[in-house]
Design a protein around this ligand. Sequence first.
Ligand SMILES: CC(C)(COP(=O)(O)OP(=O)(O)OC[C@H]1O[C@@H](n2cnc3c(N)ncnc32)[C@H](O)[C@@H]1OP(=O)(O)O)[C@@H](O)C(=O)NCCC(=O)NCCS
Length: 144
Amino acid sequence: MSSLLGGRLMHWIDLAGALAAFRHSRGYVVTASTDHVDFRFPVRVGDIVILKSSVNRVFRTSMEVGIKVWVESIFTGERHHVSSAYLTFVAVHRDGSRRAIAPVVPHSAEELRRFEDAARRRRFRRAESERKADPERRAEARDS
Ligand SMILES: CC(C)(COP(=O)(O)OP(=O)(O)OC[C@H]1O[C@@H](n2cnc3c(N)ncnc32)[C@H](O)[C@@H]1OP(=O)(O)O)[C@@H](O)C(=O)NCCC(=O)NCCS
């Protein structure tokens, strides 16, 4: 195959996200979750892959990082949007205990939009976790 595997791109997305999270929190971070990711355009051998990441919002010990990926043809310079991903990282001490992070203060209209959207996505994530946990709890109660 002459196309990049989705799993390899996910690895780069995780790395780009971790770098933004690490730089913002100035310490260790772990990936807590990844939202749904689509791959909208193929990456071929020889293409240039561009990843940009930014911390959209800090909650307390966790932060949402947005990562956007483009592919650029080395010959024509034509650029296509490949993926947009939202990952949540949690800041930890060396012993794994959580640590609180300095907030993100949005300045531009774009930063404010990302900041507000991040809160909406967090609510959605939490609702999804609760929805998924319910059948698991029912199964645990049934099996015990
Ligand atoms: C991520 C992890 C630290 C969370 O641990 P936890 O005991 O659930 O933590 P808490 O309930 O104290 O929550 C800590 C923060 O993480 C957030 N969080 C926990 N699980 C989350 C998830 N699945 N998605 C998004 N945020 C999550 C909480 O909302 C909380 O955020 P806040 O402090 O900003 O409000 C823990 O599950 C872990 O260590 N996972 C393994 C991480 C890892 O190794 N990743 C690499 C891939 S193998």
